[in-house]
Design a protein around this ligand. Structure first.
Ligand code: PMV
Length: 316
């Protein structure tokens, strides 16, 4: 028996960073994300003989080979064990997965991987489970994955994510890949380490306030104020990393140059893309559909020095 499922990644504009201790991924603050329907993980489950579940890369056209670290593999298999328990699943399974984008470098591959695994398990064991229940289960494997069940916008507070009612849709997404190598500090470790930063004091309140302001700015179609809030938010998260007891850094000179180039466009035109960074060195840009021409120009410029993945014309 074989089943397949896929799920998209998402990019948070107000970030989930910091967990309530021993809570099974309960966040210290609410977050909001845009679903990246073009960045996908595909999971296939095959029933096998034997006494344990295994993972291997899925060979799929258009999908790169992923190699999960020992830790990554263990985390994936542990989540599958939990899903089997919750869904009354039995037997041993071979889990195959692949992403159509680079993994572990701040493009939120854990969100799409855990959401796809959760959907695949439901396809095998509990086809009737609704997306809300799946989102809750997926959260236990990777917090940010709970938002991938709703599109185009998801908000996640406490235990559950839901679709968010904000007006922007059909946004153009570009990821400027300044470094595609696997990051040295995983997001799981980052969640723990940020709590040791003196700047973590007041962080949940700051993030919550920013989320409220961002949602109202979006509802008023105030793209420029949204840009400022989104930028302040990712900078806040990166400052937590850089000021934790054992400081670590994802941003580098190249990331900063991309962020600065975007700010330059904003200064010049009083318009530009939304800019954010996840737990990695790469830079995410979001454009309104009417900014296609600007998006094309900027992507062409960034492609002089970097790989840029776009939702409208793929990886180059
Ligand atoms: O789901 P995790 O544990 O991989 O956390 C990732 C959190 C960030 O991607 C850094 C931010 C977010 O809200 O997605």
């Amino acid at each position: 028996m074989k089943v397949r499922a896929s799920a998209p990644s998402n990019i948070a504009l107000i970030k989930y960073m910091g967990k309530v201790a021993s809570s099974g991924n309960k966040p210290t603050n609410p977050s909001i994300s845009y679903t990246l329907d073009h960045l996908i993980t595909q999971v296939e489950l095959e029933k096998i003989d034997g006494s344990e579940d295994r993972w291997e890369p899925l060979k799929e056209q258009g999908f790169g080979d992923i190699e999960l670290s020992e830790k990554g593999r263990a985390k994936f298999l542990t989540h599958f064990a939990l899903l089997k328990k919750e869904m009354n699943g039995h037997g041993s399974w071979l889990i195959r997965s692949a992403n159509n984008f680079p993994s572990d470098c701040g493009l939120a591959s854990s969100a799409s991987s855990f959401a796809a695994l959760t959907r695949a398990a439901a396809a095998a064991f509990k086809p009737g489970f609704d997306e809300k229940t799946l989102s809750k289960l997926s959260r236990k494997g990777s917090g940010s994955s709970c938002r991938s069940f709703f599109t185009p916008w998801a908000v996640w507070e406490d235990e559950g994510a839901r679709a968010a009612d904000v007006p922007y849709s059909g946004l153009l997404h570009a990821a400027v890949i300044v470094h595609a190598g696997v990051k040295e500090v995983s997001s799981s470790d980052a969640h723990v380490r940020v709590a040791t930063s003196p700047k973590f004091e007041g962080r949940p309140e700051r993030a919550e306030q920013r989320l409220r302001e961002l949602v109202s700015a979006m509802r008023e179609s105030d793209w420029a104020s949204s840009y400022k809030l989104i930028k302040a938010e990712f900078e806040d998260m990166h400052q937590l990393f850089e000021s934790s007891a054992e400081p670590f850094r994802y941003r580098n000179k190249k990331s900063q140059a991309v962020v600065d180039a975007c700010q330059h466009i904003w200064n010049f035109k009083n318009d530009g893309p939304w800019v954010t960074m996840d737990a990695g060195p790469n830079v995410h840009l979001l454009y309104r559909p009417d900014q296609l021409e600007l998006a094309e120009k900027m992507v062409k410029h960034f492609r002089d020095s970097h790989v840029v993945m776009t939702s409208w014309s793929g990886l180059k």
